[in-house]
Design a protein around this ligand. Structure first.
Ligand code: HEC
Length: 511
């Protein structure tokens, strides 16, 4: 690592707040803190690359005999199989060491490189028809040459697509794929982020764009962005609405804004930044880890970080929000304890709000969001910190469990568990509930994108459970956003160093 590179990384450490030690942030960049434990105890029998050796079976490349889930792998390690030569590690290794080994093994099995975020992996858009369980489909390219860091697409009823690029702003893709000039008059964006391991950490980003459910008649477009004034560095999430008239942003109104004292130097990368409307005049926004560090303020109901907020579509605070009567609590809070909520969708058919959330190393989640509930960050997670320590900041935060307080966040039993735990972390991004005529077999299913894993998933939901999972696409590119167009086709926003792209899934039967 060159000196300038280290300077940049140290700068990033400062950005993340002084609470995280330099070592904690820097060490994982150089070597995998999870690997030495495997190398010292397991490689002799299972091979250096988990490929198997004389005394141990391969741990990659085939379904594991004793189960491949994290829980099953942990059991295999702890209990061992003494009669067939696998020692029991439950006495010699601590529980968190066994957990870190299970995550390490499952990452290797999934082929997720620890520091390979696929930012510039060869862009592989298949031309041939792709077979899947319910439908065969092909991929059509809709638009190319976007900025490498796009954030959101929003198909409009007339076939055009609103698109945001984090460091540029808002523009419109015409049906023939051409991109308009930037819409003039939207909030300023900033292109001065720093790059670490090819990922960009910046502040003052344009994030989600969403037309109002009655856009066809009222013309309102909502923008969620990192609000950062020109003269000052800190930023914080902000929601506005406006109308686009002749390529200009007009009629701007502020819908949700945090107190100026809560603006921080923390990058917008984990800011959440999504928007979703319900069917009764409310708008929800996701705000992630934007406090001074990635664990502060999330469990504090007086602060905006790590919350899903809910307001009326004109910004008024609904009187039936769960914390309106709690002294000191932010009245816009709907749920809390969120880390990096990258996807947020209201499902009008089931009348439920759902979110996807990126965990640390492991612990990516799909959540059903119930008003007033605590989703656990940073008190607990099914993932681990990047340095191999368990996620358990309760004591450090001075949050003591009070059995008489029903809102006591330290009561782990009161924390909502994810509907779906994604460990190892695919870096889940945004999702959509599929509704349309083009893919009848996917009706009401979740279609979800991932960044690092470059995979597109279909999840079948029944009640509050995922009853079936399918991977529709793998190895195309980092997927930042997924939407359904008025034509019923699935639109996917791809991130890539060579330029962002919008592609769509088209049923092959149509040929
Ligand atoms: C002395 C050799 C030896 C060592 C050391 C050893 N293993 Fe094993 N391990 C085996 C053998 C043999 C099996 C197959 C046991 C069976 O299937 O009955 C096995 C099975 C397993 C399985 C279950 C595989 C499956 O297909 O379900 C896991 C997981 C595993 N080992 C992990 C580890 C980890 C992690 C370590 C280090 C902490 C480790 N092993 C150390 C010999 C070893």
């Amino acid at each position: 690592m060159s000196k300038t590179r280290i300077a940049v990384v140290v700068g990033a450490v400062v950005l993340f707040g002084a609470c995280v030690s330099v070592y904690q942030v820097l060490a994982p960049l150089f070597r995998d803190p999870f690997a030495p434990l495997y190398d010292e105890n397991c490689a002799v029998c299972h091979g250096e690359d988990l490929e198997g050796a004389n005394l141990g079976t391969p741990l990659v490349g085939h379904p594991l005999v004793h189960g491949s889930s994290i829980a099953e792998i942990q059991t295999s390690i702890a209990a061992g199989f003494p009669t067939t030569g696998m020692p029991a590690w439950g006495q010699t290794l601590r529980a968190e060491e066994i957990q870190s080994l299970a995550i390490f093994i499952s990452e290797k099995r999934a082929g997720y490189g620890r520091t390979d975020f696929k930012v510039d992996a060869p862009l592989a858009i298949p031309r041939e028809s792709i077979a899947s369980e319910e439908h065969d489909f092909r991929i059509e390219v809709v638009a190319t040459g976007l900025h490498p860091l796009p954030f959101s697409i929003a198909p409009l009823p007339d076939g055009r697509i609103l698109v945001t690029e984090k460091t540029r702003g808002l523009s419109i893709i015409a049906p023939d794929g051409t991109q308009s000039a930037l819409i003039e008059g939207t909030p300023p964006t900033h292109d001065d982020g720093i790059e670490i391991l090819r990922l960009v950490y910046g502040r003052g980003w344009m994030m989600d764009v969403a037309p109002h459910p009655d856009y066809a008649t009222n013309g309102w477009v909502y923008l969620h962005f990192g609000d950062r004034c020109r003269e000052c560095d800190p930023s914080m999430n902000k929601l506005i609405r406006g109308r686009i008239v002749d390529g200009r942003w007009t009629d701007e109104e502020t819908i949700w804004q945090a107190d100026p004292s809560t603006y921080t130097e923390t990058p917008d990368m984990g800011a959440g930044g999504r928007i979703s409307f319900d069917d009764s005049g409310h708008v929800f926004i996701s705000v992630g880890i934007k406090g001074p560090s990635n664990f502060e303020g999330i469990q504090d109901l007086s602060l905006p970080y790590g919350k899903i907020h809910r307001v009326h579509d004109d910004g008024r605070v609904p009187s039936d929000n769960p914390f309106v009567d709690v002294p000191g609590a932010l009245a816009t809070t709907w749920t809390y304890g969120h880390r990096s909520p990258q996807g947020l969708e209201f499902d009008p058919v089931r009348g439920q709000l759902w979110s996807t959330e990126m965990g640390p190393r492991g612990g990516d989640e799909l959540n059903l969001l119930l008003p007033g509930k605590n989703y656990g960050w940073p008190l607990t997670s099914k993932g681990m910190n990047y340095d191999g320590t368990p996620v358990a900041y309760g004591e450090q935060l001075g949050i003591a469990f009070d059995p008489l307080d029903p809102l006591s966040p330290h009561d782990l039993a009161s924390i909502e568990q994810p509907v779906l735990d994604m460990t190892p972390s695919p870096a889940v991004s945004s999702f959509v509930f599929y509704r349309g005529d083009a893919f009848p077999g996917w009706q009401n299913d979740v279609i979800a994108g991932t960044l690092k894993a470059t995979e597109l998933y279909r999840w079948v939901i029944e009640g509050d459970r995922v009853v079936h999972r399918e991977t529709l696409l793998a190895g195309v590119a980092r997927i930042r956003d997924v939407e359904v167009g008025p034509d019923g086709l699935v639109y996917v926003l791809l991130e890539h160093a060579s330029g962002g792209q919008i592609v769509r899934l088209v049923p092959s039967e149509r040929d």
